[in-house]
Design a protein around this ligand. Structure first.
Ligand code: NAD
Ligand code: MG
Length: 403
């Protein structure tokens, strides 16, 4: 088959002389499965060597992914699942391992490109291990930056590992941020779908179940991020993520509700120009962008049909019903370990909501009270300081929720 070419007739894709070594952390999740799907597609024209695939509960899926892609090693974060994983991989020659330590070691194996697709603060240590080993990091896990932003980026800079944002908003900004015009950037405008309760009254929101909250109107994602979209804590995390990734001041970060999720985010410049990136709401575009970077390659997502897109709407977010955005701004202003506190309290409250212990509106309440109760302190300069803030935030949120 003849390789497709770009408009100027040059090769769209220049395969490297040796297979590219790739690991996928969180391979069994929504980001991980989409990543493997893109790798499957790119494999028609580029050789990949899959180094490590990791997961947690679903070891059957993990094992079948490892077999399909011929991975060197498959790791489950759950030590109790080691036996099952080992049995599923028996006779394949693929290594099996389990537990947090094994996860970090697998993440640190020599690789050119690593997808950071583990959900939550659990993704921090393995992603950092991959960055310290010098791999290019395709960063879906936003908690690395929310909880340990400066520390994480300093480690990436020290090892020379590039960070490519995969979160769709940050990927969009990365695409339209002109690197030689940084001083002319006035604002970054994050778009938000507004989630399933965008126009619901507070009384109705108070009653929602985790199942209803997890049904996102546009994007198909993991359960936790879907509920975070419903509370708008996802956008709160993304504001902090943007601040670190693009080195802008908190006041330069705006959020606009855009229910169609076609514009994935925008950058406003000093001359009044606003550059936007658009596409179908499908994470494979951002993943494919990161996998092909610094070039672009074909990704089989649905193309935007402007004739069918009759309109694009924009609204100001309602911070009465969605206090998360205000809390993100307060956390950015307070500095220190506030990002880790906000995220830790949010993770604890989210788990309590999923377990049916608190109501939907109690999530923001627990985060707000935890941020009020704990001291922002200094910028964390060790992982231990980040984990300590995370532990304290979870404990405080649990105590407040039980009261
Ligand atoms: P998911 O729940 O679908 O998958 C999470 C993955 O992490 C799974 O492989 C799971 O096995 C693994 N995992 C869960 N707990 C773990 C633990 N304690 N230790 C090690 N591994 C663990 O989540 P997702 O929706 O794919 O999201 C992954 C990350 O990407 C999150 O940080 C999310 O915010 C971010 N993100 C996701 C999307 C999306 O479309 N899904 C979009 C933007 C950003
Ligand atoms: Mg996002």
């Amino acid at each position: 088959m003849q390789a497709p070419t770009t408009i100027d007739g040059s090769d769209e894709f220049m395969p490297a002389s040796r297979p590219r070594r790739v690991s996928v952390l969180g391979a069994t999740g929504s980001i991980g499965r989409n990543t493997l799907d893109v790798i499957r597609h790119f494999s028609a024209r580029e050789d990949f060597r899959i180094v490590a695939l990791t997961g947690r509960a679903n070891v059957d899926l993990l094992a079948s992914q490892a077999v399909e892609f011929g991975a060197e090693i498959a790791v489950t974060a759950d030590e109790g699942k080691y036996g099952a994983l080992k049995a599923a991989l028996a006779g394949t020659g693929i290594e099996a391992a389990a537990g947090a330590q094994a996860l970090e070691e697998a993440a640190a194996r020599s690789a050119d490109w690593v997808m950071a697709g583990i959900v939550g603060i659990a993704g921090l240590a393995p992603t950092l291990a991959a960055a310290q080993a010098g791999a290019t990091i395709a960063l879906a896990n936003k908690e690395c930056l929310v909880s340990a932003g400066d520390l994480f980026l300093a480690e990436c800079a020290a090892s020379g590992s590039a960070v490519l944002p995969v979160d769709s908003e940050h990927n969009a900004i990365f695409q339209v941020l002109e690197t030689n015009q940084r001083q002319a950037v006035e604002r970054i405008i994050l778009t938000a779908s507004g989630g399933p309760f965008r126009d619901w009254a507070m009384e109705r929101m108070a009653q929602v179940t985790p199942q209803i909250a997890a049904a996102h109107p546009n994007w198909s994602m993991g359960m936790k991020i879907s509920i975070d979209s419903a509370t708008m804590f996802n956008k709160a995390l993304e504001m902090i993520e943007a601040r670190h990734l693009f080195a802008v001041e908190p006041r330069q970060i705006e959020v606009v509700v855009h229910p169609q999720s076609v514009i994935h985010s925008m950058v406003g410049y000093a001359d009044g120009s606003v550059l936007a990136q658009m596409g179908s709401p499908d994470m494979r575009t951002a993943i494919g962008f990161a996998l092909a970077w610094p070039r672009r390659a074909h990704v089989p997502v649905e193309r935007l049909d402007f004739a069918k897109l009759s309109r694009l709407d924009f609204e100001t977010p309602d911070e009465q019903r969605f206090p998360a955005l205000r809390l993100a701004r307060e956390a950015m202003d307070a500095g220190g370990v506030s990002g880790a506190i906000l995220n830790g309290a949010k993770e604890a409250a989210l788990e309590a909501f999923i377990a049916g212990k608190i109501g939907f509106l109690d999530i923001a309440r627990a985060v707000e009270e935890t941020l009020e109760r704990l001291d922002a302190g200094e910028e964390p300069d060790t992982l231990e300081a980040v984990y300590e803030a995370d532990r304290q935030a979870r404990a405080t949120a649990l105590e407040l929720m039980a009261a």
